[in-house]
Ligand binder design. Structure first.
Ligand code: AMP
Ligand code: GLY
Length: 424
């Protein structure tokens, strides 16, 4: 089988690496890729990253399976375009991907079908939003409706912050057109949890749970990022909670979409808050999480290519249970100084060779590139180091020991990944 992965982050590096290990995969391509991916996959020399160009590449090169990493391609209808050419592609259609590309679509669906989530109101007018925020009070959460690369949400602990977020979002100043409509949402407290499930339209197979660390700073302080680290499994998730999430959230969401005329295929990623009154949905994503994938896939023992193909072909029900390495995995992300704000790139990265050779350690590249034969930084999140261990503590110790050997100018990483599982 010839596989193509679309994307350029740590998530895609983890997907490419796992697919390359499959006996079903003869050759693997990735576009646009990064310096680490280029070591194991071919990077096609495309003249643009348009969907049309990717469709013609897949057609011309007999690609049997395309896996989409980032949400923007899904929101733009890449799955519809590939299917129109009878090409097999892993991901939801543009209509179903609205679950991620429009928070209002997702909230309406959840409200209509009784899926547990925070109470909310939708606003297009600042005056009306202001009156509501002043009446309800803080803490309160302001969200842009559309895709905003992780910058569309403000968790406001006072009214002034909430009003400023509502004003700058609605005016287009904060995240452009994506913010012309906003969701003002009840603040939920509890632990966050990422549940990713493979869905083939009929069958839904949850993957092992993971927990992300969204804030830039230790102790979950500072602005939100794409994710600064993750671990799997999550000790707080027992069999009863797993069952509750399946029956009260995953299954009803797929039923709700079907009821609205959409068959969901691909990964359904439910970002949950474990509140005192049970798990509630914070958001849905229509793709693998980053960096959750870098903490999940190293534990996957079942063939990933078989899982993804079965998802595309609607035959997940014919597979046995997904098998996992019983060890824990933790991923720590190293970022450029300044991220998630502005940052410089082009700094040489040192120390990777030794870490890459280390047993039970995996390095996943994100924002990296080769310039004049030298590996350099090329993005906000630069790379992730994942480590496996008999428990989260030993995985964490190994991951921190390994990342400590890597160095680039301005390198920053959180020192407390896994703190919730380890009791602070
Ligand atoms: P989202 O992009 O919707 O996942 O939001 C980004 C982050 O904001 C989440 O991972 C949470 O940490 C936080 N957040 C979003 N919605 C809420 C909420 N209703 N209550 C508390 N925190 C939230
Ligand atoms: N780690 C959060 C996300 O992938 O959206």
């Amino acid at each position: 089988m010839r596989a193509l992965v679309i994307g350029s982050g740590g998530r895609e590096h983890a997907l490419v690496k796992k697919l390359a290990e499959s006996s079903l995969v003869e050759s693997i391509w990735c576009y646009p890729g990064n310096a680490g991916i280029a070591d194991i996959a071919k990077i096609p020399p495309l003249s643009s990253s348009s969907i049309e160009e990717l469709v013609s590449f897949a057609n011309a090169n007999g690609i049997d399976l395309t896996v989409v990493g980032p949400e923007n391609y899904l929101a733009d209808g890449i799955v519809d375009a590939f299917r129109a050419e009878d090409l097999t592609i892993f991901g939801p259609t543009q209509a179903a991907a609205q679950l991620e590309s429009s928070k209002i679509f997702a909230k309406d669906l959840m409200q209509k079908h009784g899926i547990p989530t925070a109470h909310h109101r939708v606003f297009t007018d600042f005056g009306e939003a202001q009156a509501y925020i002043e009446r309800v009070g803080a803490p309160i959460v302001i969200k842009a409706d559309g895709l905003a690369a992780g910058k569309g949400v403000t968790v406001a602990h006072d009214i002034a912050t909430a009003l400023e977020a509502a004003r700058s979002t609605l005016s287009g100043q904060k995240v452009g057109e994506a913010g012309r409509r906003i969701v003002v949402e009840e603040f939920l407290s509890g632990q966050e949890l990422s549940i990713l499930a493979l869905c083939d339209g009929k069958t839904c197979l949850p993957l092992t749970p993971s927990q992300d660390h969204k804030a830039i700073g230790d102790g979950d302080r500072g602005p939100n990022t794409g994710g600064m680290g993750a671990y799997s499994p999550v000790p707080v998730v027992d069999e009863a909670l797993r069952e509750q999430i399946f029956t009260s959230i995953l299954s009803p969401t797929l039923r709700a979409l079907r009821c609205e005329g959409m068959e969901y295929t691909g990964v359904l990623y439910a970002g949950l808050m474990l509140t005192e009154s049970g798990p509630k949905v914070i958001e849905f994503n229509c793709r693998f999480g980053d960096p959750e994938t870098q903490a999940i896939l190293p534990r996957l023992k079942t063939d990933l290519a078989e899982l993804l193909l079965s998802t595309c072909h609607g035959s997940l029900d014919a597979l046995g249970p997904i098998e996992w390495d019983s060890r824990a995995c933790i991923c720590i992300v190293a970022a450029s100084k300044g991220y998630p704000g502005s940052y410089e790139t082009g700094f040489p990265i040192r120390g990777l060779e030794e870490v890459e050779d280390q047993r039970d350690v995996l390095v996943f590249h994100a924002g990296t590139a080769i310039h004049d034969g030298q590996l350099v930084t090329a993005g906000g999140r630069v790379l992730g180091v994942s480590a496996l261990g008999s428990d989260i503590r030993s995985a964490r110790d190994l991951a921190y020991e390994a990342i400590g050997k890597i160095d680039f100018s301005g390198m920053y990483y959180r020192k407390d990944i896994g703190w919730r599982a380890l009791g602070g």
